[in-house]
Write a protein that binds this ligand. Structure first.
Ligand code: PLP
Length: 783
């Protein structure tokens, strides 16, 4: 093939790839071929003479494609995702064309330096501590791209082994390394991936499996006990592998507890987050990273969920010295003038040669941006939640382990054989593909959302397929679609009885489809929906289900009316409020409100959307709107976050020199006290509500309850001493804090959008502006 032919054929190939990915649903995800199928179709010897490209390519369609498992299909649910993306494919194309081997800086300076830069970007994106980054050449830590998570685990184990052997040898100068090796022992959970076991086999060290708890999680005390017992036997614990996101059930080992044990016993802690690591780009999932500062190495696969083509495992180490000691060879042909002045990645891995993998990672990070990548992760989780909800609504199925992130492990109730049959038939039919897992004898089907192209409809189609096959099996086995599962019928409770049991019970008149037979229906929904927290949770769920929020000035007025009337709501009104909250939580303010704000003389500061978490900042939402994403931004606040738990926010760039803000999470109150003369030293103040009450700036006594009681329900009270106490439901208070903490005032956005007339505001002005936007605000904050 010459240049001219390459230009033509490569362009055809690009079209072929785009057609393939665009029409991926046309392919049956799992092929119907048997072992040896290809041997029967292809010649046994390579051709003697050159063949025409078209002939070669025809065989791809005829013989190769029929034996492909379509990993990019939305109906692929096996293993974990192995996603690709167009920027990543382009990275692969260019890297293949350049075909540089980046083993030393000199072998390809750009290859080496781009890897360091991209790994620093990615490390920051995950919120890894600085010690894992390599921003100055003398930093001991840094990131490296390994081929696979298995290799990262092995590299880490070998480095830790070297470190332990060096230490042991200094204490036991008479003993050979081989003798010392026999004393070493390392640990992982009984849920760890098989690659950890393999690393132990290759490293010739003993491995002890710690029994995980009922949540499949390795805990500190169990590890501590095992280590103490082993030490008593003369063994030397040197390496522990914690898993964040196990393969079977996406369970998370307790990193903080394990880190503390490792520190106590001087064992190297490696974190294998092969799949789940991608989720840490979203702040709401980073709680699983708590304790990561105690780890010595950390690895995850952007090649799984972050849309970077295989192979790409991101690995960071705190101190690369142990890697150097383990893998350092220094033949003359690999030395260069700048040795020691830049990273030579050959000392950080097992093979010498390495591909220019940083290119595709860099392309993906740039082309999606943080916002695009976060959106992708959240969408995967949302779709898994949707599938989970479908499973839970069918009494024949169960989910024995709680779902985490984008994977649901489900089964048919009853004997394992039912689920085994179900999986076997599903895979044989080939419309969806999944693999099993087994937790302590319980057989489950793992259903992972693997594709960035999966839609709600795909999930519904999959569920229909599963339901159909399950029904067939249950009919075959038990003669009924319900199998031997007794469907639970809710007991009938009379209206009288219900009224006696529940003082606040109300009834509604529902006109049934037949107009002449009105029905009295249970009005329990009124009691259930009476709490705004519940509505907020509903709103989040609805937003995640991509329901179209209705947003218009009329709608807003109606919702305001409903919320201010203080009565119980009808289901219709509740639904309108849900819609309203969706709008409030996920969309920019409508223009009328912006005009209202402007006419009231308060600048919104360009911060025209109210988001529920730092993860969906106004900036993020704006980008969504201008990008090619047509879905609603998904609220970042984890819906299950208990109200009294901590939320951690930063008052970036906000000078608190003229107010004290006091937040009482328990009472759902926020109090703002102007202190014109007071100076608070730090510009950056962290809200860290570890206790129930939080004061920012200085200790501040909250108003006496009596002072605020005569105000209207849940509303704002203007204190005579210029204290502004805003009371309201938790989500509302949280939103206010959010508004304060995200402060769009004087930030970069204002520079980009001069027409929005953003003026720096005092905190008082800001409070006023924010309160104006809130439904409950009735008072004015004035001197
Ligand atoms: N660790 C965990 C937790 C995994 O789930 C997997 C694979 O899914 C691996 C390691 C192995 O990954 P790799 O194929 O990159 O070696």
């Amino acid at each position: 093939m010459d240049h001219a032919e390459f230009r033509v054929k490569a362009k055809e190939m690009v079209d072929y790839i785009a057609d393939y990915l665009e029409n991926i649903r046309d392919h049956r995800v799992y092929p119907g071929v048997q072992p040896g199928y290809l041997h029967k179709r292809l010649p046994t010897h390579a051709p003697q003479l050159p063949e025409k490209w078209d002939d070669i390519f025809k065989d791809v369609e005829d013989h190769i494609m029929p034996g492909i498992v379509h990993w990019q299909s939305p109906h692929m649910h096996a293993y974990f995702p192995a996603l690709t993306s167009y920027p990543s494919i382009m990275g692969e194309m260019l890297s293949s064309a350049l075909n540089v081997l980046c083993f030393t800086w000199a072998s390809s300076p750009a290859g080496t330096e781009l890897e360091t830069i991209a790994m620093n970007w990615l490390g920051k994106l995950l919120g890894l501590p600085d010690c894992f980054l390599n921003e100055k050449n003398d930093s001991p830590g840094g990131g490296v791209i390994q081929t696979t998570a298995s290799e990262a685990t092995l590299v880490s184990l070998l480095a830790a082994r070297t470190r332990a052997l060096v230490e042991l040898a200094s204490l036991n100068p008479d003993l050979q390394s081989s003798e010392l090796l026999g004393h070493l022992i390392c640990y992982c959970s009984d849920q760890a991936h098989s690659s950890v076991e393999k690393a132990g086999l290759i490293g010739l060290v003993r491995m002890r499996y710690i029994e995980s708890d009922e949540h499949q999680c390795m805990r500190g005390p169990a590890l501590e006990e095992a280590i103490v017992n082993d030490k008593a036997k003369g063994l030397v614990p040197f390496w522990v592998c914690a898993t964040l996101g196990t393969t079977g059930s996406v369970a998370f080992d307790n990193l903080r507890e394990i880190g503390e044990v490792c520190e106590k016993h001087s064992a190297w802690l490696h974190v294998d987050a092969a799949y789940a690591g991608s989720a840490f780009i979203c702040p709401e999932y980073r709680h699983w990273l708590d304790g990561v500062e105690m780890a010595d190495s950390f690895a995850f696969n952007p090649s799984k969920w972050l849309m970077v083509n295989f192979d790409c495992t991101a690995m960071w180490v705190k101190d690369s010295t142990a890697l150097h000691r383990t893998f350092n060879v220094n033949p003359i042909y690999l030395r260069h003038e700048n040795s020691g002045k830049a990273i030579d990645y050959m000392h950080w891995q097992i093979p010498l040669s390495r591909r220019f993998r940083a290119l595709k990672l860099w392309f993906v990070l740039r082309n999606y941006g943080v916002v695009g990548l976060q959106k992708h992760i959240r969408e995967g989780v949302r779709l898994a939640q949707k599938f989970e909800a479908l499973i839970l609504a069918d009494q024949r199925f169960e989910i024995p382990q709680a779902r985490n992130l984008g994977m649901v492990a489900f089964r048919l109730k009853g004997d394992n054989t039912l689920t085994e049959m179900l999986l076997k038939r599903l895979n044989a039919r080939g419309y969806i593909h999944a693999v099993p897992a087994c937790f302590k004898g319980v057989y489950v089907i793992r259903f992972t959302v693997t594709s960035q192209r999966t839609t709600n409809q795909d999930i519904l189609d999959d569920w229909n397929e599963i339901k159909t096959v399950a029904s067939e099996i249950l009919v075959d086995m038990f003669g009924s679609e319900n199998g031997n599962i007794a469907t639970v019928k809710k007991p009938r409770i009379s209206l009288k009885e219900t009224r006696e049991l529940n003082a606040t019970f109300g009834t509604s008149l529902l006109l049934a489809n037949s107009p002449m037979s009105p029905k009295i229906v249970n009005g329990t929904h009124v009691a259930i929906c009476d709490y705004e927290q519940v509505l907020s949770a509903c709103a989040q769920t609805f937003a995640q289900l991509k329901m179209e929020p209705k947003d218009s000035p009329e709608m807003r007025r109606r919702i305001r009316g409903i919320r201010m009337c203080g009565k119980k709501f009808s289901l219709d009104s509740c639904m309108d409020m849900v819609q309203g909250l969706m709008v409030e939580q996920s969309l920019p303010l409508c223009s009328e409100e912006e005009r209202e704000d402007a006419s009231n003389g308060s600048s919104s500061g360009g911060h025209s959307s109210i988001s529920t978490s730092p993860a969906t900042s106004s900036h993020a939402i704006k980008q969504d709107a201008s990008g090619d994403f047509n879905q609603l931004p998904i609220p970042g606040t984890p819906s299950r976050q208990p109200r009294s738990r901590s939320f951690d926010m930063t008052l970036a760039g906000l000078k608190l020199d003229d107010a004290i803000i006091s937040v009482n999470v328990k009472k759902n109150e926020i109090t703002i006290t102007p202190t014109a003369t007071k100076n608070i030293e730090k510009d950056l103040i962290h809200f860290n509500v570890l206790e129930e009450t939080l004061s920012i700036g200085e200790e501040y006594e909250l108003n006496n309850e009596n002072e605020v009681n005569n105000s209207e329900e849940r509303d704002v009270v203007k204190d005579i001493d210029e204290k502004l106490t805003i009371k309201g439901p938790g989500n509302y208070i949280r939103k206010l804090i959010q508004q304060f903490s995200e402060g769009p005032f004087e930030n970069e956005e204002s520079k980009q959008e001069p027409d929005r007339a953003i003026v720096p505001q005092t905190i008082r002005g800001k409070a006023d502006a924010i309160c104006k936007k809130c439904f409950h605000y009735k008072g004015k904050f004035a001197k």
